[in-house]
Design a protein around this ligand. Structure first.
Ligand code: AOF
Ligand code: ZN
Length: 336
């Protein structure tokens, strides 16, 4: 059973989700305010980048003394800095709350709101549903800590992990429903990334406002469909750092981050997928598994180049969601 603190923290997550797709690179934050009798009197969330933070959104809906002696729930430590908006801790202190319950500490080095709240005599409880709070804001955490976009790789395989036959035929492994789901997924990301191998083999359109193609030797034909629409960034050996004879993909991701791209969806074959996985550049994998078996050890695999000898060397993943889409299984997992 959920405790009262956990129940209100879950409500913070629910409210925060209303800002999804609009707050980046800020975190998703929701807030619930109880008056001194324990009654919910206000709710708020961070609506979009540059707007009021969740706490301010909730508190400004109340009269000056309505929250006095009450409790404020928020999934991220309230801020203490002047950013695009004034410090939330100042308003919390001004409105005389008695208690603040927090999901996770903010990892933004500019923010340390807990101390000033305590100094003002406010009781602060931290770490309520902390793991969930961290997972909930995993994109913000990665962006803030590493100054790199959050990277999700999508792959579509047979039950025996193949993305194509040995002759390269791959149309279609998954059902139409799964492929439609991919179109929807793309919209949740700032940019799609793919390789010259994929563009040359499949000549995909990959409809999206922003695309990045890794094409070390400038092999992609100019009339490829991928160029038909969207803003396109082509990384070649002429404009990108080289690492071990290959494009430095981390440097490409860093460039994208500087252009304001905070999430990347990678759709490619086994070579790029395998090397990104090996280099630790993939945060999550979305794998569609079709109920088909190729039964062919020369078929193309979704991740190449690991060459591990022992199972103990394998990459470990944490599955957090599974769903049947049409006749295929979608598995979403974090790379651990
Ligand atoms: C909160 N509640 O709802 C949000 C917080 O430029 P600003 O003023 O919007 O500040 C952005 C930083 O404030 C952001 O990086 C994160 O550390 C914190 N965001 N904090 O208490 C909120 N969105
Ligand atoms: Zn704030």
């Amino acid at each position: 059973m959920l405790s009262q603190d956990e129940k209100y923290m879950k409500e913070c997550f629910r409210l925060a989700l209303k800002g999804r797709g609009k707050v980046a690179p800020n975190p998703l934050v929701g807030c619930v305010v109880l008056d001194r009798f324990g009654k919910v009197v206000s709710k708020g969330y961070h609506h979009k980048y540059g707007d009021n933070h969740a706490e301010r959104d909730a508190l400004l809906k109340l009269n000056n003394n309505e929250a006095e002696g009450g409790t404020l729930y928020v999934n991220l430590e309230p801020c203490s800095h002047q950013g695009k908006t004034p410090p939330c801790v100042d308003l919390i202190i001004e409105r005389k709350l008695k208690k603040v319950v927090i999901g996770m500490k903010d990892i933004n080095p500019l923010v340390s709101g807990i101390e000033p709240l305590r100094r003002a005599g406010i009781e602060v409880v931290t770490g309520v549903l902390e793991e969930e709070a961290k997972f909930f804001n995993r994109v913000f955490i990665k962006n803030m800590k590493e100054k790199l976009p959050y990277v999700v790789l999508k792959t579509a395989t047979t039950m025996d992990g193949k993305i194509a036959t040995k002759t390269g035929d791959s149309k279609w492994i998954t059902s139409g429903e799964a492929r439609k789901e991919v179109y929807k997924m793309r919209n949740e990301f700032d940019c799609i990334m793919t390789s010259s191998n994929t563009v040359i083999a499949d000549n995909p359109k990959m409809q999206h406002r922003s695309k990045c193609i890794l094409d070390k030797n400038s092999r992609i034909p100019e009339n490829s469909q991928i160029f038909e629409q969207g803003e396109i960034y082509v990384a070649t050996k002429n404009n990108t750092l080289i690492k071990n004879g290959q494009l430095d993909i981390k440097a490409v991701l860093s460039e994208l981050y500087k252009k304001g791209i905070y999430t990347v969806f990678v759709e490619c074959g086994g070579t790029l997928a395998g090397s990104m996985l090996k280099e630790g550049l993939i945060d999550e994998i979305y794998q569609f598994i079709a109920p088909k078996i190729l039964n062919d050890n020369e078929g193309k695999s979704c991740f190449n180049g690991g060459n591990y000898k022992k199972i103990s060397e394998a990459k470990n993943l944490g599955i957090y969601d599974t769903k049947l889409i049409g006749t295929d299984l979608l598995v979403k997992c974090k790379v651990l």
